[in-house]
Design a protein around this ligand. Structure first.
Ligand code: ADP
Length: 594
């Protein structure tokens, strides 16, 4: 009794080791199979002793010993695979010896045994062993049957040499084993299937929750960014106003520090929002024709003064020389990529260094052109062990870098994703204290010059008097109104106020204005809708009024908006007063050109 309890515990421990239903059923099939077979062999062995047939007794004895050993290995040592092989091999040898040496022929029990070998080999040891053991006993049986057919003309199932009672017992028990095996295997299959279904349901639920969490996070991020940007715009706007009010030297320095911190904070907010949109696959590339040569020249000139201040030699190299190249693609995103890379190159290169933005045509087939963009600098470089992590969000090559140069650590992560969005890769070659080269290849369709040219904004170069312009301000935020008033007062402009889109529309209808400075987010009627209504007014002199949007959205957001077409131009808040002046001067030029 003690020994039975001991093995019961061992068996329970073995089953507990594996929680996979399939494994449990394999061990169960093997244990039950061995116990039943061993008991059957012993019973037949004892009943055979009454009608002694020495070969039968020896074979049954050997079979009982091997089954017993297999059971011992399984329960005592936990070696269920070895035990399975011994079980199957002993059954195979029993069949082979029967066919080869005793020529007792094929009987029902032999066929049952071969069925047990086939099922248990597949169920307990898997596909490959299943095929091997099945062939190892089916082929000899088939060969034996063929040779009997050739010799005797017929094949018949023969009776057993053991007593009829034993035969009947073996016959019934073998069926029992076959049923037990299939039952156990089906049970495990059903359990696995049920578990899988349960897991799938849990997975679906988790996925739903994760998607909901992502949506909430993104909503939170975008509303938080908006809320943060509004007061920050006022801060930067005020800095702009103070800067043009002839500050003292010491005040100028304080304003510069204020500007640096506020602009850095704004860049962080904008980058975070852009990056989170990219992670949610919300960014799509917009295609339009544009003049690549002008785009590159604009980027070059926008960094020129910063480079000069730092004493850097900033160069632009285009292998198409003075020729204008027009392409079709996402101009805003290309500008964003190059701005980020050139800004880093300028930032991380010390006085006397050199920064070069180059564009080379690597292939041109028909209307398709492949361009290699490279931004090369002779700056501080990036250590080899940091060359991977700098592309991760918020990671910088060196913690002191933020203190010394500023930055959000998001620029390269955004650039990398944008280049991937173009189906390309950003490459980096860099050596510490020697410099860095960031490069990537993009392919574009060539565009027709006329179409691209039409869309390029005219750049006004002559300074004009804007004091006799009639300006309508559409803005609901009192701080922004105050800022605008201060700026416009400096240039003695005539302006009127409207607090929402509806008011602006009503005032425009009077025909008293040359230009509307239109905020986008306003109560009652937003800036986009007001612009659309203005464009639909019957009087063409009024409906064609210049509309310059003043928006807290990002550059990309406003250009991607389909309402963009109602606007003549836009300025991103916080804008520099000089930029506003440039836009107003363009309105004057346009008016006098009419
Ligand atoms: P950051 O806003 O800090 O510039 P980026 O993602 O653009 O964020 O850059 C991540 C880090 O990669 C930088 O902090 C800097 O350590 C390193 N890095 C980027 N460009 C250069 C460069 N041209 N030369 C040296 N280091 C660079």
């Amino acid at each position: 009794m003690n020994i039975i309890n001991r093995y019961k515990l061992k068996y329970a421990a073995l089953m507990k080791d594996t929680e996979v239903p399939l494994m449990q059923s394999r061990i169960k099939i093997l244990t039950y199979g061995l116990i039943i077979m061993l008991s059957l062999t012993l019973i037949i062995l004892f009943t055979s002793l009454t009608k002694p047939n020495i070969t039968t007794i020896i074979r049954l004895f050997i079979l009982a010993v091997t089954m017993g050993y297999a059971l011992y290995l399984l329960l005592e040592k936990g070696k269920w695979q070895v035990s399975g092989h011994i079980f199957l091999l002993s059954l195979c040898i029993f069949i082979w010896t029967n066919l080869l040496f005793y020529a007792t022929g094929i009987n029902l029990v032999t066929l049952q045994l071969s069925l047990i070998i086939i099922s248990s080999s597949f169920y307990t040891l898997g596909k490959n062993w299943g095929i091997l053991y099945s062939s190892a006993n089916v082929i000899p049986i088939a060969l034996h049957m063929i040779s009997t057919r050739l010799q005797n003309g017929t094949v018949s199932l023969t009776a057993m040499q053991i007593g009829n009672t034993s035969f009947l017992l073996a016959f019934i028990v073998n069926f029992g084993i076959l049923i037990m095996m299939h039952y156990e295997f089906f049970k495990s299959f059903y359990q696995s299937h049920y578990k899988e279904r349960e897991l799938n349901a849990q997975l679906q639920q988790a996925l739903k929750e994760a998607q909901e969490a992502t949506r909430l996070r993104s909503d939170f991020l975008s509303s938080m960014s908006h809320e943060l940007r509004t007061p920050l715009h006022a801060v930067i706007g005020m800095i702009n106003v103070l800067s043009i009010e002839n500050p003292r030297k010491d005040q100028e320095e304080n304003l510069a520090i204020l500007r640096f911190s506020a602009e850095n904070l704004l860049a962080l907010i904008n980058d975070t929002l852009d990056f989170s949109k990219m992670n949610e696959d919300k960014v799509v590339l917009n295609k339009a024709d544009f003049n690549l040569s002008i785009l590159l020249q604009n980027i070059h000139s926008s960094f020129k003064s910063k480079a000069e201040q730092k004493g850097l030699d900033l160069r632009l190299k285009m292998d198409f020389g003075g020729k204008q190249v027009y392409i079709n693609g996402d101009q805003t995103r290309l500008t964003q990529i190059l701005n980020n890379l050139v800004s880093n190159a300028v930032k991380f290169t010390d006085t006397g260094g050199r920064v070069e933005l180059s564009v080379t045509t690597t292939a041109q087939i028909g209307q398709k052109i492949v361009l290699l963009f490279a931004v090369k600098d002779s700056g501080i470089g990036i250590p080899v062990n940091k060359q991977e992590i700098i592309f991760e969000p918020f990671l910088q090559a060196n913690n002191n870098i933020t203190k010394r140069y500023g930055g959000t650590g998001l620029g390269l992560a955004i650039v990398k994703r944008l280049i991937n969005l173009h189906d390309s890769e950003l490459r980096l070659i860099s050596e510490e204290n020697i410099g860095s080269v960031f490069s990537f290849e993009l392919s574009y369709e060539l565009a027709k010059p006329e179409i691209a040219e039409e869309k390029s904004p005219a750049i006004s170069t002559t300074v004009r008097d804007i004091s006799n312009l009639n300006i309508l301000i559409a803005e609901d935020n009192i701080i922004n109104i105050m800022l605008l008033k201060k700026i416009l007062d400096q240039w003695d402009c005539n302006y009127s106020l409207s607090k929402n889109g509806q008011e602006a529309l009503d005032m425009v209808k009077t025909g008293a204005f040359d230009v509307v400075l239109m905020d986008i987010h306003m109560p009652v009627m937003d800036g986009f809708e007001a612009s659309r209504h203005i464009r639909e007014l019957p009087d063409p002199n009024i409906s064609k009024i210049k509309i310059i949007a003043l928006t807290a959205s990002s550059d990309v957001d406003i250009q991607e908006s389909f309402n963009f077409t109602y606007l003549d131009d836009y300025l991103l808040k916080p804008f520099s007063p000089l930029l506003l002046k440039e836009k107003l001067e363009a309105v004057v030029s346009h008016r006098s050109g009419k």
